[in-house]
Structure formats: C-alpha cells, structure tokens
Design a protein around this ligand. Structure first.
Ligand SMILES: NC(=O)c1ccc[n+]([C@@H]2O[C@H](COP(=O)([O-])OP(=O)(O)OC[C@H]3O[C@@H](n4cnc5c(N)ncnc54)[C@H](OP(=O)(O)O)[C@@H]3O)[C@@H](O)[C@H]2O)c1
Length: 325
C-alpha cells in the first residue's frame, strides 16, 4: 500500500516539516501544537471534533481520524514526519471504550507506518501493565508494545496526572472544595500522585519529536502529593480549607455518583479509584517538568474550580472548546 502513495514528501511548498498532532483543539494536543508552530513546523491535526473552535485559525488543518477507513487515514498522514499521539478514552462508556481506543490506535500506528511517518511520540500512562485488571493500564501497555513492533522510531511519554487551564481532575477538586463544607477522600487518602504541567509535557513531546532515539520516559513534575495533601494544598490556595474526611470506598463511590448525577457527568470511575489507591499515578522518576502545581494554583486561584469541568460534555458536544473550568 505504501507504493500507492507515490509522492511521499516530508516538506511543504515552503520546505517546512509537517507534523501531525491528534486532538489539537483539545487539551495536551493544543499545547503540543502551539509549541510546534512556534518552532516553525507545519501542523495538521487528526481529530474527532473538526468543528471545535480552532485556536490556530488557518494555521492548523483538521482531518477526521477515519479509524474505520485506514486507507484514508494513511493518506492523511502522507508527508508527515512526526506524529504526536494523545488519542485515548478516559473510561468505558456506552459510546466509547478502552478496547475500541486500543483497536483504533493500532489502526493509527499502522496507517502511520504505511504513510511513511518517521517517528511517533506517544502519550501513555504511568505504570502501564499488560497484566493489570484495569483496562486503562493494560490497554496502554498493549499499545506501548505495539508501537515498538511497528519498527518506527518512537518516544513513549508516560504521565500520571496533568494540570493546566483545561484540566478536569485538579479543577474539579477545587470545584468540590468551593461547593461543599467538607471533602471526602477514598480510604485514608495516603496514596500518591505526581502531576505535570500540560505545557511542560508539551515541551517534552516536542523535544522528543526532534530526536531519533527510541525512548520511554516518565514525564512527571517536581512536586508529589498524597491525595490528602493535594486536596489540602488546593483548598488552602483557593481559600477553602475544608475538613478532609476519610471514607470507605463504597461511600466515596456513592457520593461521586450523586454529584455526577447533578452535574451530568461521571466524576470518577471505580477503576480510576482503584488505580489511584494502588499508587499507579505515582512514579519515583526524576522530574522532567519544572512547573510546580502549588505555584500554578496560586497564579490561577481566582478561576480554579469556579466552574465544574465535565468529561462527558467534552465528548457529547464536539463543537465546543475545552472551556476553562
Ligand atoms: N489528562 C490527564 O490528566 C491525563 C493523565 C494521564 C494520562 N493522560 C494521557 O494523556 C493523553 C492526552 O490526554 P488529554 O487529557 O490531553 O486528552 P484530550 O485532549 O481530551 O483527548 C485527546 C484525544 O483523544 C480523543 N478522545 C478523548 N476522549 C475520547 C472519547 N471518549 N472518544 C473519542 N475520542 C476521544 C480526543 O478527541 P477530539 O479529537 O474529539 O478532541 C483527542 O483527539 C491521553 O493519552 C491520556 O491517556 C492524561
């Protein structure tokens, strides 16, 4: 099939490299794209949401993923030198699933290989494990292995938790602290997280896009927190220090479901709670990110958590931007 694409140019008319980013109108993809454009690279995006507001104007062309038509997908990638893959789904839902995301990503990797893409920078999760009972972690492990098998040059960037303007988890902790007189944590709240700032992640991805070596990196920031400390820190920064109450997991799940009902979202899934409590969002790796969550939260304390940020709204309304939570 590769021969069908007779003209496989790696440069545009202006002799600029073309890079492809998935989800450039979303969260991490937007920051990666911004940094690539600053470097003078031409960027195209593959997205499920071509009608979301395009913050880059005419500078970034949006193409559908076309997972169900691998030939079209491969054609979209002809001429692309580096592919930055952020595509994944956060949880299983009636409309999407981890299994489907794994299958689609395999189609994407294969299309990239056929199209002659040279390198893939792939975003993964901390502590992926092919034998994990948690599909998020086993699916990501499968994809890491599949990427290595493509024979393409790769950088696998494993992260635990992101924070930034369009964030969900950190924002919604702040939102809960603003709305309720106390904050319940699952169990003792002593499990750990190591968040990274979204633009630090973007810098790492773009740096890796310019290299050739096959690498697997843990991309974590300079601060680590227990979940309880994270809630305490955010509460203190936004001026809403609440009593933090340990809760049995079942009670935390009920509370999350009730809140979810009112905000029309899935706040957290049982699998996410299990992964969090198993310390899977923590690694002891040296920080590659430099931005401290505490400092960033201070700078954003007036807007952090003012509005609830809904995962489902982002999925169901594909014409809206990821507005500030
Ligand atoms: N956010 C975090 O805290 C976090 C933590 C650990 C790991 N990660 C990893 O970081 C990567 C990027 O995350 P992100 O938060 O930046 O993602 P995002 O921008 O919200 O989405 C990235 C891409 O995946 C697509 N997508 C997301 N959910 C989907 C769904 N349910 N159905 C169909 N397509 C969906 C988006 O579609 P559109 O093109 O339609 O926008 C976009 O192309 C992912 O691989 C994730 O596993 C994120």
């Amino acid at each position: 099939m590769r021969d069908n694409f007779a003209v496989c140019k790696l440069f545009t008319m202006e002799n600029r490299e073309i890079h492809a980013v998935t989800g450039a109108f979303g969260y991490s993809g937007k920051y990666i794209t911004t940094r690539l454009l600053e470097r003078g690279v031409e960027v195209i995006t593959l997205t499920n949401s071509p009608n979301r507001p395009n913050p880059f104007g005419g500078k970034v062309r949006a193409l559908g993923f076309n997972f169900d038509n691998p030939e079209i997908l491969a054609k979209s990638l002809v001429g692309v030198k580096v592919l930055y893959n952020t595509y994944w789904v956060r949880f299983n839902h009636i409309d999407f699933s981890h299994n489907e995301a794994v299958d689609n990503t395999l189609v994407l990797f294969n299309a990239a290989r056929i199209a002659g893409v040279e390198r893939i920078v792939h975003i993964s999760i901390s502590n992926p494990d092919i034998n994990s009972s948690l599909e998020y972690f086993s699916g990501k492990a499968r994809l890491e292995e599949a990427l290595k098998q493509t024979g393409l040059s790769y950088a696998i960037i494993r992260l635990a938790v992101l924070f930034g303007e369009e964030d969900i988890l950190i924002n919604n902790i702040a939102w809960t602290l603003r709305k309720f007189p106390l904050f319940g944590v699952f169990g003792d709240g002593e499990y750990r997280l190591k968040p990274i700032f979204v633009d630090d992640l973007a810098r790492i991805c773009v740096e890796q896009g310019a290299l050739q070596e096959n690498v697997t990196l843990d991309a974590v920031g300079p601060e680590s927190f227990t979940y309880r400390e994270l809630v305490q820190t955010i509460g203190s920064v936004i001026g809403r220090s609440r009593p933090i109450v340990p809760m049995p997991v079942w009670a935390g799940r009920v509370a999350s479901s009730v809140i979810g009902y009112f905000v029309d979202d899935i706040l957290v899934t049982p699998e996410e709670i299990e992964g969090l409590m198993a310390d899977l969002l923590y690694t002891g790796a040296a920080p590659l990110g430099t931005t401290r969550l505490t400092q960033w939260a201070m700078e954003n304390k007036d807007t952090l958590g003012i509005q609830y940020a809904s995962e489902l709204a982002r999925r169901l309304d594909r014409g809206k931007s990821y507005e500030r939570g």
